[in-house]
Design a protein around this ligand. Sequence first.
Ligand code: ADP
Ligand code: MG
Ligand code: MG
Ligand code: MG
Ligand code: MG
Length: 442
Amino acid sequence: MDQDVTKACTPVDLAAEAERRGISYFLISYTDLSGAQRAKLVPASAIRGMQERGAGFAGFAAAFQLSPADPDLVAVPDPATLVQLPWKPEVGWLASDLKMHGGLIAQGPRNTLRRMIARAAKMGLTVKTGVECEFFLLTPDGQAIGDPHDNAPKSCYDASALMRRYDVITEICDAMLHLGWEPYQNDHEDANGQFEMNWMFDEALVTADRHVFFKFMARAIAEKHGLRATFMPKPFMDLTGSGCHAHISLWKGDTNICQADTDPLGLSAEGYHFVGGLIENARALCAFLNPVVNSYKRINAPRTVSGATWSPNAVTYAGDNRTHMIRVPGKGRFEMRLPDGAANPYLLQASLLAAGLNGLERRLDPGKPLDINMYTEGHTVRDARTLPLNLLDAVRALDASTAMRGLLGDGLVDPYIHLKMAEWNAYCGHLSEWERQATLDC
Ligand code: ADP
Ligand code: MG
Ligand code: MG
Ligand code: MG
Ligand code: MG
């Protein structure tokens, strides 16, 4: 299928790698449509056959809109993704590509990202991305912030609260250093109990694989320390939610084609067209970037105790201004601030790429950047389009988007919509305390 986008240093023979590195087990894993990671633990003695043929999974059990009568899904590990678990080095983690009947399945999230990368490659483009993972460290039952002293109204960059979590944060950061991800900063974020850890951007597939692994690692290491790491978009109504901003640039060889030094924002025509695609397709994009019922308590949200939500409330873009959906923080790249911690790491990147490439192909104009504070002056913008108010709104926008369907393929979009509608219906089947209170005396 698609061109090989993996890196050159692929350890081809996993059995030999196991021998050399002292790996006893491989965790052959894949990410399903909902973003969950599924896996089989395979002894090193059996890896040779699994590397060739893949590990079998019943697709119906794994939420791919397949039936129990369908043949097995086969997860074929990508050896370029091999990571020894830093907290359990005898286990080798592998991301894999999902196949059925010998071909890649259309609804595989990693397969979908590969398709979008191949599409960009056909246009001569390499896409480089970075993600900013925000998360909370909670008590193991998930009910409260793990550190009871972390309760200042303005807790962003709180040095003491950060240092009280030194052991967890540095264990995760040391692991990233060891893996060569080039982490460069860790901080306490805007909400009590919330942290962010940053590593260097890379090609989109590498970043997506790392993103999946980061979430897995943060949860595992937090658990070791008696805490629960959550990427839930809005675990507490009065506190800032967890975003997952995505930074993007497009390259031809060593040249960043989004960059133009003469432009006020430092963006080239291509850069603006890509932004135009993100703007035009924003509402449909939300189905992937804000994929759960809870996501809509983070965007369009009222002010938090810190004074700002830091999340978007309309389809707008600006220069270095964090109140807009898209921010251009510096020359030659843009930051999409919509995505949240629940986004499927592969579909996050695949959907942004689809929308952006659509903008490039159609040479879309994003309009003028808006240099205002959207939180205080947003109401003055007459023609700004609103974001979906809930998951149903977003899923309907995706369903109706011929552009996104055309690029991502019905084979991905239909099962995804089916899954999200089931989620919405499950939510609607839930009688809330608010409803009772607001309606008992009607
Ligand atoms: P901020 O909090 O200011 O939005 P961070 O430093 O937390 O920014 O995260 C910025 C992310 O953007 C990092 O992952 C970084 O590697 C990535 N990044 C920087 N330059 C580029 C670029 N040219 N293309 C894609 N990603 C980039
Ligand atoms: Mg069985
Ligand atoms: Mg950041
Ligand atoms: Mg942040
Ligand atoms: Mg950011």
